[in-house]
Design a protein around this ligand. Structure first.
Ligand code: SF4
Length: 476
């Protein structure tokens, strides 16, 4: 997939003398959710917070020395991909730490508050001074300003004020809180490792540290975790409906994770099966655009009984920055990440399965590369419907003007990217893959413009029927 970026990953640990190390490992497992920066904050017995934050990957930003300095039996961590806030500001790396009249608190957040700008203006007019450009700081300021005597009551008060997406962990001297917005846009799971309680964005983080998955934190739930492992749940905010981000199973979540009540690998395979039933063409081989396209391609190939082969190899060692040699080396950027396997492609009619299409520029390069490697026909199949709208709930989508499917018909897109045929999974196919009982619990805003709650930003008019007729929106 090209053009979407990962969002953020959070981890919280309560009740282990090696809390910092467990958080570090948890963040490692969640690296796919954000590679811009990582941070860990722990709290020691005296109530002092200590933390370390660094730009780049978790493995690059922390050493054994640093981890051993992060004392305490509890802590939280965060992998950042910026969806709000200027990207390269160290002040924007989470967890954020702050002092309140109730003691020190640290916070780490995955999601995007849709009314943060409005609240920020109000708070600034009342004298609040912001250190970062992140919406998470709004949550902090509201907590610090509240006059409630208990932190739990302050959290409840803030949940009543903020809108949008938040899966969030919050650390105090003797408590770890984990909370999820009433729609449950972003995942948050709870596990145990002996007496130690672990909270994380996805179950793959629990798996790495041998914590047993207990359950997901429910939309609108606050979980209060005590130092002896006891937990208490509160449901202070009514959930109008659930609105799990459908892009989590399509793209973000790791295939070995279990979120939103689903095993992601199986769900992605079902998307591929539905895609094959809807839009199969005669071909010799199925290949995937790695990584998230792989389970979809497996599902597709099994459904139509065609071989699935390795047609593109992904280089996992590409750094974040590289020096462009010159304009004359075409497609250099994409070749750093993906390379064609000639023996799979030469003289073949190839079905290429990818998860989604955003700007389309990477697809152009990939298809050109496959053609050059000898593919006779290329049939691009996408495991999600056309993306026609931006996201306001924590996924960094481009403006509508840069979304190819918001501007062009399927036929125009096919022509632009250079495919022999092109098909998207239909809205109905996506619902089918998500399952009849669960499909109504998802957000499909970026495919339909039909958002579960006000975005706090100007929403562009609905698309015309150029992308497959009125059924596109009606399908959701
Ligand atoms: S608008 Fe799209 S990306 Fe954003 S939460 Fe909804 S489904 Fe996810």
């Amino acid at each position: 997939m090209a053009g979407f970026r990962e969002e953020c990953g959070v981890v919280g640990v309560m009740g282990d003398p090696e809390a910092a190390k467990l958080i570090y490992l948890g963040l490692y497992a969640l690296q796919h959710r954000g590679q811009e920066a990582a941070g860990i904050v722990t709290i020691n017995e005296t109530g002092a917070l200590q933390g370390h934050k660094a730009f780049g990957l978790v493995g690059d930003g922390f050493t054994a020395d640093i981890l051993s300095r992060l004392e305490g039996r509890s802590g939280i961590g965060h992998n950042r991909y910026s969806t709000t806030g200027a990207s390269r500001m160290v002040e924007n790396i989470q967890p954020f730490s702050f002092k309140t009249s109730l003691g020190s608190v640290a916070i780490a957040h995955n999601g995007n508050l849709t009314n943060a700008d409005q609240i920020r203006v109000e708070l600034e007019s009342q004298g609040s001074i912001f250190q970062s450009t992140s919406d998470t700081e709004v949550f902090m300021h509201l907590l610090a300003k509240s006059t409630q005597a208990q932190l739990l009551d302050r959290i409840v008060e803030v949940m009543g004020k903020v809108r949008g997406a938040y899966s969030l962990v919050l650390l105090t001297k003797d408590r770890l809180f984990a909370l999820r917005d009433p729609y449950g846009f972003r995942p948050l799971v709870l596990g145990r490792r002996g007496d130690c309680v672990v909270v994380a964005s996805e179950t793959c983080a629990l798996e790495l540290i041998d914590a047993e998955f207990e359950r997901e934190i429910a939309p609108g739930e606050i979980v209060e975790i005590f130092s002896d492992g006891f937990i208490r749940s509160y449901y202070p905010v009514q959930s109008p409906r659930k609105a799990f981000c459908s892009f989590e199973p399509i793209y973000f979540a790791r295939p070995d994770s279990q979120i939103f009540g689903e095993e992601i690998y199986s769900l992605r395979k079902r998307m591929g099966e539905c895609l094959a039933r809807e839009s199969h063409v005669d071909a010799d081989v199925v290949i995937a655009v790695p990584d998230s396209g792989v389970p979809m391609a497996l599902g597709y190939a099994a459904e139509v009984k065609l071989p699935m082969e390795l047609g593109l190899v992904r280089n996992h060692y590409v750094g974040r920055t590289f020096i462009e040699p010159s304009q004359s080396i075409r497609d250099f950027g994409v070749k750093l990440k993906l390379n064609p396997v000639g023996s799979t492609l030469r003289g073949k009619r190839v079905i290429v399965v990818d998860d989604s299409l955003v700007r389309g520029t990477t697809s152009v390069k990939i298809l050109r590369m496959l053609r050059k490697a000898g593919a006779k026909e290329i049939h691009l199949r996408l495991g999600s419907p056309p993306i026609t709208h931006s996201c306001y709930f924590g996924v960094d989508t481009p403006e509508r003007g840069q979304l190819l499917a918001a501007q062009q018909t399927v036929e125009q897109i096919r022509d632009f990217i250079g495919a022999d045929t092109l098909a998207f999974l239909s809205p109905e196919g996506l619902r089918q893959a998500l399952g009849a009982s669960n499909a109504g619990n998802y957000c499909y805003g970026c495919f339909s413009g039909d958002y579960p709650e006000a975005t706090g930003q100007k929403i562009s008019p609905q698309p015309t029927d150029r992308l497959g007729g009125p059924g596109l929106k009606a399908g959701f």
